[in-house]
Design a protein. Structure first.
Length: 333
């Protein structure tokens, strides 16, 4: 019964956030307050708590490498296959067609399906995944599509071109300045993410065999407890149904990328990773998780509207829950 109750509860929290917004208890922009708290405070605290309460072996970093590959390939594939599409469509697909919702969604699901020991491989999976979802996917999308940071596509007058119009520098000094600007933007994109920074510190501690004291776990436990609730409530607050056929088609395109990729990555993980069955099943279930919560934030920054991203996350949460339960049933049979 708990296998059904836990994911159903997460979906109910999403529904509550949506209902509260529709009834006026939350204003349309209130989600940004929760968004800031989630990404800059709650999720980093939950990451620290995971490392403070679970042992992490160096050998499990292979899971991190695998997760990075699984999160990095789809946006590049989407970029290459959508070269004739408008830049806004390409950006949405690249930001929402890849990455995994581990800390906010998978952690509570795995605790129910596999027990607390499954959190260890899931956290290692999230290290590689976080490199992309917390910064990498956004950096790749903005760089390949020539999207300027800090302003939306509509403010950049992108139009229907495949990339944002730009003038390629020809002067040697201008080229050098352009490379420097790109490097600074990439560095800021990665190091400006608190979750990514926390993971870097935790990996350094793990490699140096530094164990966090018990008081750190006690201090960060409230953040871990609040993580799933705040993330799912935020998703509900920024969710709106597709406004037209174009939005419906866009959501279906995201699903057309995510579902086959998830199944392929899950299948490969089960057959090639050199770990026991519990660890491999945890990785399989991570591969089937919904869109990363970061996708909504980056979609908001690039397109100025995260509502469709929130709806897409809600849909993938429902489908991801079903796929995870089915996979768990098949593996356990």
């Amino acid at each position: 019964m708990s296998v059904i109750i836990q994911p159903f509860t997460l979906l109910l929290i999403i529904a509550a956030g949506y209902v509260f917004k529709r009834t006026g208890l939350f204003s349309p922009k209130d989600y940004r307050v929760l968004q800031t708290a989630e990404f800059d405070l709650i999720l980093p605290g939950a990451i620290i708590y995971s490392f403070a309460t679970n042992p992490h072996e160096i050998s499990l970093l292979w899971i991190s490498v695998y997760a990075f590959i699984a999160a990095a390939l789809p946006p590049v594939m989407i970029f290459l296959s959508t070269r004739r599409r408008p830049v806004a469509d390409r950006a949405f697909l690249m930001l929402n067609g890849a990455g995994f919702n581990i800390g906010c969604f998978c952690f509570p699901m795995l605790q129910v399906l596999l027990g607390s020991s499954a959190i260890i491989p899931a956290a290692m999976f999230d290290i590689g995944n976080c490199v992309m979802v917390a910064a990498g996917t956004n950096v790749i999308t903005r760089t390949l599509l020539h999207i300027q940071p800090g302003i939306t596509l509509s403010q950049q007058h992108a139009g229907d071109s495949p990339v944002v119009p730009y003038a390629k520098p020809t002067d040697p000094q201008a080229k050098q300045l352009a490379r420097k600007s790109l490097f600074e933007a990439v560095a800021k994109g990665f190091l400006g993410s608190p979750s990514f920074d926390v993971y870097l510190i935790m990996i350094a501690f793990m490699c140096l065999d530094i164990h966090l004291p018990q008081w750190v776990a006690m201090m960060t436990q409230p953040f871990s407890a609040a993580n799933a609730f705040c993330a799912m409530l935020m998703v509900g607050m920024l969710t709106d149904a597709p406004a037209n056929r174009h939005d419906v088609r866009t959501v279906l395109e995201v699903l057309a990328w995510r579902i086959p990729c998830a199944i392929v990555f899950a299948f490969i993980a089960w057959h090639i990773l050199p770990f026991n069955a519990l660890i491999r099943e945890a990785v399989v279930l991570c591969c089937l998780s919904p869109i990363a919560i970061f996708s909504t934030m980056f979609t908001d920054k690039v397109l100025g509207n995260a509502k469709l991203a929130g709806f897409t996350l809600s849909v993938t949460a429902i489908l991801g829950t079903a796929m995870m339960v089915i996979a768990h049933t098949i593996i356990g049979a």
